[in-house]
Design a protein around this ligand. Structure first.
Ligand SMILES: Cc1ncc(COP(=O)(O)O)c(C=O)c1O
Length: 376
């Protein structure tokens, strides 16, 4: 927390607007919209997952439909496809940014057009704060009539060709989960230029209550609204978003400076098309240079009370999605096998980061060198 949040929370308590309507919600929605772009509308909801669910339903995704989605992501990108009885089609990453590969999207759409199995929507994820090459993907979607959804849960604060993340698709979603760059403890947002669709989503998110005095419901509804109290936290957090991005970028730079000199260690590269928010600092170990696996390194750090995490396990390798269609897959699997997320908090002190760096260097330095390397 930044300290700014308290006054907005105090307002909520003083005015007794604590639940799913109130001035903080209205203000949070309009402040995020203002921050992102001139012509977008927003809907604050209870989570990023809920936001994707509302968007897919608004697009008309229903039982039997296909929805394409990045395979290298968190499961929250995919659950809403299942909630609607549709099938995910996973798309591999390109090696440079780790994000969805536009070339594979084109191949897949061309083939599925022939068999009349085009997906209804495509969800592109911006991995760990790094934007996907979304214009390339958008033009392929436009060519084949597939609606583009942007999962910007991890990328708030990042930019794509000068534009803010969350504004580069037909519909976008944000997450304010506790681990994100700014948080409402739990929450999410739908962002779109289609303000009429947002009116419909707002009703669904509010139990589908019709605007009448009695409790009248014509459609299926959800309890997906954000509370006025949590929106107050979001307002305080939004004021420090730029500062948070600066802090996270600084953390990433310190890792790069300290670890890349070792050889065989590389920080996730910044793609030429955008500004990486560095929500998380992700490093990749060259398996020829280093015999220790990222999983072993995570465990070793854990033993020293340092919390690192594996890279997302690709969705096409998850037991629950066994049998789902995958386009490619080898790149995401390699990124998963070779990558790990280092402690990246905005509040990470230099001393704590130095301890992490020393531990990583010790683990990598102390490992037996890979005999393959010696023979190269
Ligand atoms: C890429 C991605 N999509 C969706 C979500 C789901 O967001 P939430 O936790 O707010 O439901 C998350 C993470 O939380 C995420 O990292």
């Amino acid at each position: 927390m930044s300290g700014n949040e308290q006054s907005f929370i105090a307002d909520a308590f003083a005015s007794n607007w604590l639940s799913s309507t109130g001035p903080n919600i209205d203000a949070f929605e309009s402040e995020v919209a203002q921050r992102l772009a001139e012509n977008v509308s927003t809907l604050a909801v209870s989570s990023g997952t809920a936001a994707i669910h509302l968007v897919l339903r608004a697009i008309g995704v229903a039982t039997g439909d296909r929805v394409a989605v990045s395979t290298l992501t968190f499961a929250g990108s995919v659950w809403p496809i299942m909630y609607l009885g549709a099938q995910p089609v996973f798309i591999d990453s390109e090696a440079g940014s780790g994000n969805m590969d536009p070339g594979l999207v084109e191949d897949y759409f061309r083939a599925s057009e022939r068999t009349r199995t085009l997906p209804k929507a495509l969800i592109v994820v911006h991995l760990y704060g790094q934007h996907a090459d979304v214009d390339s993907i958008a033009s392929i979607c436009a060519k084949y009539g597939v609606v583009l959804v942007e999962d910007a849960a991890e990328s708030l604060g990042a930019k794509y060709r000068g534009r803010q993340t969350g504004t580069t698709a037909d519909y976008s979603i944000l997450s304010f989960n506790g681990n994100k760059i700014i948080t409402t403890t739990g929450g999410g947002m739908v962002v779109s230029r289609d303000s009429k669709a947002l009116v419909v989503m707002r009703k669904w998110a509010n139990q589908s209550r019709e605007p009448s005095l009695e409790y009248l419901h014509r459609e299926l509804g959800y309890n997906y609204r954000m509370s006025n109290l949590l929106a107050g936290i979001g307002r305080g957090q939004l004021r420090v978003l730029d500062q948070r991005v600066d802090e996270r970028q600084r953390v990433a730079k310190r890792y790069r400076d300290a670890l890349e000199t070792m050889g065989g260690v590389e920080l996730q590269r910044e793609a030429p098309w955008g500004m990486h928010s560095r929500w998380l600092s992700v490093v990749f170990l060259d398996p020829i240079e280093h015999r220790i696996t990222p999983a072993e390194l995570v465990q070793s750090l854990e033993a020293q009370n340092i919390e690192a995490r594996p890279v997302w396990r690709p969705m096409h390798t998850q037991p629950i999605f066994a049998g789902s269609q995958i386009i490619g897959g080898a790149v995401a699997e390699r990124l998963y096998r070779t990558g790990l997320c280092l402690p990246s908090s905005s509040s990470l002190t230099d001393a704590d980061q130095d301890r992490t760096i020393d531990s990583v260097r010790n683990c990598l330095g102390a490992e037996a060198r890979n005999p393959q390397r010696a023979s190269l």
